[in-house]
Design a protein around this ligand. Structure first.
Ligand code: GAP
Length: 501
């Protein structure tokens, strides 16, 4: 039987096996900043490659970009980040702890959603095979009562957020009787705004005009290069520009491991379309991005869309793809219809016309934009936490297995000589070198074979290839499959193809 593990085990496993370390750990760490270890960097690179292949390589009308982190400070004025990239903060006067007011409300809603899930679970246990979940959700009195409350909170929440009504936000927290998790009291300060951008200075003579910001998103690097790419690449609308790169945000409530970090990486694509066609393209990208996630083989019920009630002033549609993390459903990716806001603002602030001449319409216009934006680290956490399982075997022992999708696994295969003598290590090295040009392969000869299998299970290696005495005679090896633990004999001549398939 396979069982998902709790979140503390996910964090511990990531560290123990060299996936993720707290940054600057020997100096007691730096809050919400993490380093990726020897296996983490492989998994992360594979995620980036999986995205790049799907978005750039598989679309002839999408090209890549690698823009600088430092950009002209007026860019952030034009984008709205200087004036409006804020989080609403609230302090508890007793514990002196600071919270994001909107997150307190979202957490409150999540707890109510959990209550609904518990009712559904109870129903499932009670009715067994004949349980009709959809009907239960539509008719059960308790579920309906919780849902009605959630809907009411959502409506009020959207109203105060849309109106930027900080007093209303505080009142909602008071009305919902939300308490500080540390002090347990409702002794809250007023809500105020806090800008999330990190500032730094450029050059040796420092005054205010030299203030630069570490980019809080990679998107603006794409917008300001719109004309460069369109003209030099002779791109025709609709077309997209994709970029992977670091972003920085001074997150106040930085928690849940690599879910919310101060330095993180984004994979963003801006798709430029004819005005008036943007909602069709929004729908298209919504579906295509969900397919991308599900193609990894993670069950569909781990994902859901969350359409935004509070639309940013520049957007005319927005949705999140949420993933079921160990701490509940949370945003994994955002898909936004950003209208002509970004190109329009950069035209205004730079004085350069960022337009496209459409030969079919014989007119120039400012293209509209559909954005897809996903955090590499959040994607890492999604696949890693979902993959980590504890499995009770028939003999009662427990094995920890990281069932990563094969294309994302750091090592695709491990080559293991059964014993460290009789020419088996030499033969195993031959097998290793046969596979190395095509995939990441690990060689391991230390400890009993069972322990070596377990080590590979724990780091997600899909195939263990064992070289034994028979290998020297029949030129074949035993291939053990990580998830089923089944073994098969494969000729070395066919090994590469077998594994690649
Ligand atoms: N350009 C649009 C944009 O940046 P966003 O919703 O703020 O939109 C997009 O961020 C994605 O970036 C999120 O869905 C999430 O995956 C990731 N992300 C945002 N803030 C993050 C943080 N502090 N730590 C890790 N990932 C983050």
């Amino acid at each position: 039987m396979k069982k998902e593990v709790d979140f503390t085990k996910v964090v511990a496993h990531a560290k123990e096996y060299g996936f993720v370390f707290p940054s600057s750990e020997i100096y007691d760490g730096l809050a919400a900043v993490y380093d990726y270890g020897q296996l983490g960097v492989e998994l992360k690179n594979n995620i980036k490659q999986y995205w790049w292949r799907a978005m750039v390589q598989m679309h002839e009308n999408i090209v890549g970009l690698d823009s600088a982190i430092f950009m002209h400070p007026r860019i952030w004025k034009a984008s709205g980040h200087v004036d409006a990239f804020n989080d609403p903060l609230i302090d508890n006067k007793d514990s002196k702890k600071r919270y994001r007011a909107d997150v307190l409300i979202e957490d409150h809603i999540a707890k109510m959603e959990e209550k609904i899930e518990k009712e559904v679970e109870k129903g499932r246990k009670r009715w067994g095979e004949s349980f009709d979940e959809a009907q239960f959700r539509a008719t059960n009195a308790r579920v309906l009562e919780h849902q009605q409350k959630i809907d009411e909170i959502h409506t009020r929440f959207a109203e105060v957020m849309n109106a930027n009504d900080l007093a209303g936000l505080k009142q909602l927290i008071l009305d919902l009787e939300i308490v500080c998790p540390i002090s347990g009291t409702r002794n809250w300060t007023d809500v105020r705004q806090f800008n999330l951008m990190f500032a730094t200075k450029m050059g040796s003579v420092i005054d205010d005009s030299d203030t630069l910001y570490l980019r809080p998103e990679t998107a603006q690097g794409i917008f300001v290069n719109f004309l460069n790419v369109q003209k030099s690449g002779r791109m025709k609308v609709p077309f997209g520009i994709a970029q992977i790169g670091k972003a920085f945000r001074n997150e106040i409530v930085a928690r849940q491991f690599i879910f919310r970090m101060r330095e993180f990486e984004q994979m963003e694509m801006q798709f430029f379309v004819r005005p008036g066609t943007e909602l069709e393209w929004f729908k298209h990208w919504k579906e295509e991005r969900m397919q991308w996630h599900q193609a990894l083989g993670i069950p569909a019920e781990c994902y859901r869309f969350h359409d935004h009630e509070k639309l940013a002033h520049y957007a005319n549609a927005a949705t999140d793809i949420e993933f079921r993390f160990p701490f509940g459903f949370k945003e994994l990716e955002g898909i936004h219809s950003r209208t002509d806001f970004d190109l329009g603002r950069h035209s205004e602030f730079s004085g350069k016309k960022l337009q496209y001449f459409d030969p079919e319409l014989n007119e120039s216009y400012t293209p509209y934009v559909i954005e897809t934006s996903i955090g590499v680290d959040r994607m890492f956490l999604a696949v890693f936490s979902h993959a980590l399982k504890e499995e009770t075997l028939e003999d009662g022992s427990v094995r920890t297995v990281l069932s990563l999708p094969t294309r994302l696994a750091p090592y695709k295969a491990a080559v293991l000589p059964l014993v460290k003598k009789d020419g088996l290590p030499e033969k195993a090295r031959e097998v290793q070198h046969l596979l190395m040009p095509d995939m990441m392969v690990q060689y391991d000869e230390k400890d009993a074979i069972g322990r070596r299998y377990r080590r590979q299970d724990a780091i997600g290696t899909p195939f263990c290839i064992t070289v034994d005495n028979d290998t020297l005679n029949d030129n074949s090896v035993t291939v053990r499959h990580r998830d089923t633990m089944q073994q098969e004999r494969v000729s070395i001549d066919q090994l590469l193809n077998r594994i690649k398939n």
